[in-house]
Design a protein around this ligand. Sequence first.
Ligand SMILES: [Zn+2]
Length: 219
Amino acid sequence: MIHPETKLKWVSTEIGYGVFATQHIPKGTAIYVRDALEIVVSKNSGLAQSPVYKDILTKYSYIDAKGDYILSWDHGRFVNHCCHPNTITTGYGFEIAIRDIAPGDEITDDYGLLNIEEDIPLSCGKNNCRGMARARDFDTYAAHWDSVVRQALTHFNQVEQPLLPFFEAKILDALQHYLRTGSDYLSVHTQKYDGPEGHPKMDSLYAAMSSRGLEASLD
Ligand SMILES: [Zn+2]
């Protein structure tokens, strides 16, 4: 679910739609959370193999640490990439604002954290544009992304969090434990799909999510 104070807006023929803030959203705010209504398409399902649906999934979903496609039921699926994004994926199943976002600003994230299957050419126009989002961006940039996320998380309990009711209790417990003690931080790297084994640390957290999520399949 995307933050309620956002709206869908046409950007250009080249880019299509984008998501824009409708009010000031402070740094540390959860901008997206994987809620129980998100559509989970198992990587092994007929739907994920279907040539008809595959293109839609590739364009509009991200892949979680289990390798499943997560398709947002709301306009969260229209968030565009930027090499200088104002939100970033965390190890806790949500995206966080890493700086203050002004009304009218486009909400952007980094596709390097979404387990893309093929390289995606980038044209965000920023000076530091990487030119290409690659699956291995996870390994290249995880340490940098973690430092940015940890800094933004210091604001988490000080700002309004309209998406908080949609956090899984176990995820929120794990997050508050980290914020309280400074230990057991979940790196963004836990979100990387590393093959069928996955990340043992995340298994119980994802079990809690998928038991409540919709399982879409054509099997
Ligand atoms: Zn770029």
